[in-house]
Design a protein around this ligand. Structure first.
Ligand code: GDP
Length: 385
């Protein structure tokens, strides 16, 4: 499917950059346009793949290109004031070439946390295509203000978009890595999952299997609304000689026991392994399974068995699925679980928001010093305010 990607804030821009890179390297063809929006000039300059004409600096009259720190209320205000500039850049791509919008932001900071929900609302008002969000939750070690921002932004963002796909940095953190190197790796992992999902259906070879996933299946799965999470698993397979097209002709009908078991097992691993947002699989509203790889390895029976298993595991009958033939040395399964209900991390964030709200009201916090006491993040706040 064709997406208009909009990264808001530093993390949003970097993840959009990673998606554009994945799309270019795999010829996925799912990026119709990519835009980065920020209040910090330096962050926009640091991007590599988003074209320079599609980097939009907002809030210049207020913060002069220096960013909003972790002040997500200012991030929201600035986006509200300058949203027309962003919409004008987006308008350069005709909307008939787009199946959906994806607004990407780190929810713990300022610009993305505050600005992404405001932009999503404006897009929904203006376009009939679905507007999805991709929200990145901060690590627990980032400090209270980040958690509080994320808790508040999450509640607004999920209301403003048709579906919010969530990636929890905390669940993906690895000890001993520098933050920057760690993020680059996380962004690549995330781009791979989203890339397989969104490039499914963009196959242009003509000879396509009948169970190929198209845009409408992704859209129908995400139409549950609420929050989504994505699982992924891959296994190496022998790369057959000859191009993708010749293998379409000669190997489409191969469906042996080995490839069937491999596909079924990948679907299980994708579902039960580390999800972008860890959660209970039981009780999700809808799911979509996409299995990509060389056509010979894409066992139709394996996908069918995987779907049945997922039906039992989730308790929903609304499981869509199909294959995505690509020339690759890997078979990969991506499982999109949409309308998740039982998510400990979201409950935790909501509790933080409620608690902080009560404390704010009781203590009538007015100064950054007292806010720092309250959230126990004095060091961080000193540098932010
Ligand atoms: P903003 O520019 O004010 O929107 O704030 P940032 O995007 O810099 O940071 C918001 C949050 O996003 C941080 O607290 C981190 O949790 C997260 N973050 C920052 N950079 C990245 C990144 O490259 N990848 C991921 N996955 N998360 C990031």
């Amino acid at each position: 499917m064709k997406l208009a990607l909009v990264g808001v804030g530093q993390a949003g821009g970097k993840v959009v950059d990673a998606l554009v890179r994945y799309d270019a390297e795999t010829h996925g063809e799912f990026v119709a346009s990519a835009i980065a929006v920020n209040t910090a000039r330096a962050d926009l300059l640091g991007l590599e793949r988003v074209p320079t004409t599609r980097r939009v600096l907002i809030g210049q009259s207020r913060v002069k290109g220096h960013g909003v720190g972790a002040d997500n209320e200012l991030g929201a205000d600035v986006m509200a004031e300058d949203v027309d500039e962003v919409l004008a850049v987006l308008d350069e791509v005709p909307s008939h070439r787009i199946d959906a919008f994806l607004v990407v932001a780190g929810l713990g900071g300022g610009t993305g946390s505050g600005g992404a929900p405001v932009l999503a609302r404006a897009l929904k008002r203006l376009y009939t295509e679905p507007v999805y969000g991709l929200g990145l939750l901060p690590g627990r070690d980032e400090g209270g203000i980040y958690t509080l921002n994320a808790a508040r932004s999450f509640q607004t963002f999920v209301r403003e978009v048709d579906n919010l796909i969530v990636f929890d940095n905390d669940a993906w953190r690895r000890s001993g890595e520098s933050v920057t190197a760690g993020y680059a790796e996380l962004n690549t992992e995330l781009a791979r999952r989203l890339g397989v999902l969104f490039s499914a259906g963009e196959v242009t070879t003509g000879q396509v299997a009948e169970s190929v996933v198209d845009a409408s299946e992704v859209i129908n799965t995400l139409a549950s609304g609420g929050v989504s999470t994505i699982g992924y698993a891959a296994a190496p397979v022998e790369r057959a000689k000859g191009g993708l097209l010749s293998r379409f002709k000669t190997q489409m009908t191969e469906d042996d026991g080995e490839s069937m078991n491999r596909v079924t097992s990948l679907i299980r691993r994708a579902t039960l392994g580390r999800l972008t947002l860890p959660c209970e699989v039981q009780g999700v509203e809808r799911a979509l399974v996409v299995v990509s790889g060389p056509p010979a390895a894409l066992s139709r029976r394996g996908i069918e068995r995987g779907r049945k298993w997922l039906e039992e595991e989730t308790g929903t009958m609304e499981i869509r699925g199909g294959d995505y033939p690509i020339d690759s040395g890997y078979v990969a399964a991506v499982v999109l679980l949409s309308g998740v209900t039982s998510v400990p991390r979201i409950k935790e964030l909501q509790a933080v928001a409620v608690e902080a709200q009560r404390d704010f009201t009781e203590r009538d916090v007015a100064s950054p010093d007292r806010l720092a006491d309250l959230l126990d993040t004095g060091d961080r706040l000193e540098t932010l305010f």
